[in-house]
Design a protein around this ligand. Structure first.
Ligand code: CUK
Ligand code: CUA
Length: 638
């Protein structure tokens, strides 16, 4: 078998050599002969990398293998997800609590993996909710959402959730500017009254718990994307703006007037010091902080009442504006921390700023005016270089750790590879079609793994068998191990993958938790002994302490329930075997099914409306006697 594979591989090499100069690329862009081998992961074998693609308006995060493009799991974050009962079970409903009530949906854009010393550490992955501003933290040991914090004084939480190189902070910047605090006022008084906020959420290094440490209140310029400094620029954060015009209507025209908008450079270390010394102003603000506890398997919500705000003018030397052409979108920092790339989405050229030049200009106080008191640096003083790309509509850039950068072009639909420092274009390859973000595993850190780049495309058109007017979005994998990029695969994605984060499998796979231990289960309604099952009535509330193991529920015949009761089924899975979940659902129930993993307790609420004898059953095929795994509830008149 191995010899056979080797033979094929050497034949492939001969083919590639023979066709050198006239590559046998098919009309859809792929080098079909060698490409298949590069993405082929044989049955039973495993991928080299994990890729976490944001699900956009699905509110979820989806896990794929690289290079196979196989989907492993969809992790619900800002959604109710029947597959796992997330957002339906009593334990997980609090995760979706906000100051606006229960908001079981959001628009998830940018995942980012935790780092230590600027390298991926594989502990957590963070992702933002754009619409009702939130940041979530997902455990990379359980692959479950463990925490969601709402971001007050914010609207359109777009320039997030990027993290600093020791995961000190996860940052959330606002896209929309709004009155802060929110109040009733005329929209046409936007200019100089509406504000943006840049929130610095600290992350507890041991448990990952988030805490909104301070909010920088900024002019209402619309903060689009951001990235932290790293290496030499660690301690700074950079944010693109696209509306220095402060347009509040017909933005497509009115926010494109100025030739240059800004990248805001924020020295967060300086502000942190200011805040630690008692600086800042406390402001009333309502926001929810939801935390899932792995030992009780339950989430709880704390409503917060106050936030610490910082006026940038009170911290001299902390915030500067770097003029950047043509409504910049992406804001990316290279692995050395020297280059800050602002992609003007309405231009052809890329603008690269130099961190060293920025510091020199700040130290020399070479300013070119100010905006609302914040110093503006001179474009020429901070410019490192411009990439004459020949493309149109640059959006996002990633790095391979070998001195190369890769930028997506939405309008000309391509990925362009170019060299840091010389700014020369090395290669370009089309995407299918209209690419947004791209991702190289670790491409957001000091140590990228520059073997593959995944391009995430907004438009699918003819790539797959037609499925009516609506089609899934599409991702494409390019091999970037050589001088030229090679398109090797494409696969449909779930939801709109705005961005992704990737990580070597060898870092995550060994830490992936296999089973929850029943003897560590601290759920208040857990049944931890084989004889612990019972039914307890408290007024019109009934608590069913139920256990489950192949292939029955205990109890499985329940009588004495009346119309008007509120019945809580607390179900504990007693399996001791990896990967044997049980499900639960009962006829007429509108709170969806549950999925209970071994050792876990999950709760489903049922308010029976009709008299009768109603069946319940296990919804997950768990054994040869899965079909027998059932029971009845008798409901009598009130
Ligand atoms: S944004 Cu989607 S293509 Cu929300 Cu990161 Cu640029
Ligand atoms: Cu338990 Cu099917």
């Amino acid at each position: 078998m191995k010899i056979y594979k080797k033979l094929i591989m050497s034949m492939g090499a001969v083919l590639v050599l023979a066709s050198c100069g006239q590559q046998n690329q098919n009309s859809n862009g792929a080098l079909s002969s060698s490409a298949a081998e590069k993405v082929y992961v044989a049955p039973g074998e495993q991928d080299e990398y994990y890729a976490f693609l944001s699900g956009g308006y699905s509110g979820n995060l989806t896990v794929y293998g690289l290079p196979s493009g196989r989907m492993f799991k969809e992790i619900p974050v800002f959604s109710q997800f029947p597959t796992s009962g997330y957002g339906y079970s009593e334990e997980t409903k609090p995760m979706l609590t906000t100051s606006h009530g229960f908001v079981p949906w959001d628009d998830a854009h940018h995942p980012d993996i935790s780092q230590t010393n600027g390298e991926l550490d594989g502990r957590w992955i963070f992702i933002n909710g754009n619409n009702t501003p939130r940041i979530a933290r997902i455990s990379l040991s359980t692959f479950e959402t463990e925490e969601i914090i709402e971001v007050p004084n914010s609207a359109g939480n777009h320039s997030s959730s990027f993290i600093t190189e020791n995961t000190e902070y996860v940052v959330a910047g606002t896209r929309f500017s709004v009155p802060i605090p929110q109040r009733d006022m005329p929209i046409n008084e936007y200019k100089s009254n509406f504000k943006g906020s840049l929130s610095f959420i600290s992350v507890d290094p041991e448990h990952g718990h988030m805490d909104l440490k301070f909010q920088l209140l900024m002019p209402g310029f619309n903060y689009d994307l951001s990235h932290p400094g790293r290496g030499k620029s660690h301690g700074w954060f950079f944010f693109t703006t696209y509306n220095t015009e402060e347009a509040h209507t017909l933005q497509e025209v009115n926010a494109s007037q100025n030739d240059k908008d800004f990248i805001a450079a924020v020295n967060w270390k300086k502000i942190e010091e200011y805040v630690n010394n008692g600086g800042g102003t406390k402001m009333p603000a309502n926001y929810a902080h939801n935390v899932y506890d792995e030992s009780t398997h339950m989430a709880t919500t704390t409503m917060k009442k106050e936030v610490l705000t910082v006026d940038p003018l009170k911290v001299p030397g902390a915030v500067f504006f770097l003029p950047t052409p043509k409504s910049p979108h992406g804001c990316d920092v290279d692995p050395t921390g020297q280059y800050i790339i602002g992609n003007g989405k309405l231009s052809a050229d890329l603008t690269v700023h130099s961190f060293d030049k920025m510091i020199a200009a700040i130290e020399g106080e070479k300013f070119d005016g100010e905006a609302y008191g914040i110093p503006i640096l001179k474009f020429e003083d901070v410019l490192a270089g411009q990439v004459k790309s020949g493309g149109l509509g640059p959006l996002h850039t990633e790095f391979d750790g070998k001195g190369n950068a890769y930028t997506t072009f939405f309008i000309s639909s391509e990925v362009v590879k170019w060299k840091l420092g010389t700014w020369e274009v090395i290669d370009r390859k089309p995407t299918y079609y209209s690419v947004g973000h791209l991702m190289i595993p670790g491409g957001n850190s000091r140590k990228p793994f520059g073997k593959y780049v995944v391009a995430m495309n907004k438009i699918t058109k003819d790539r797959y068998l037609p499925t009516g007017p609506e089609m899934e979005h599409s991702a494409q994998i390019y091999d970037i191990s050589g001088e030229k990029m090679e398109l090797i695969y494409d696969f449909p994605t779930h939801g709109e993958p705005h961005y992704a984060a990737g990580c070597p499998a060898e870092l995550l796979a060994p830490k992936s938790k296999k089973i929850y231990r029943l003897d560590e289960n601290k759920h208040p309604y857990a049944v931890t002994s084989p004889t612990g099952s019972k039914v307890v009535r408290e007024g019109n509330e009934v608590h069913v302490y139920m256990s489950t193991i192949r292939s029955h529920f205990t109890p499985d015949n329940i009588e004495g329930i009346k119309v008007g009761d509120k019945v809580y089924f607390h179900i504990t899975n007693h399996e001791q075997d990896f990967d044997v979940p049980h499900g639960f659902s009962i006829l007429g129930q509108n709170t969806s099914e549950l999925l209970i993993m071994p050792g876990q307790t999950k709760t489903s609420v049922w308010e029976p409306k009709q008299v009768g004898v109603w069946p319940f059953y296990c919804t997950d095929f768990c054994s040869a006697l899965h079909q027998e795994m059932q029971g009845y509830v008798r409901v009598s008149p009130a």
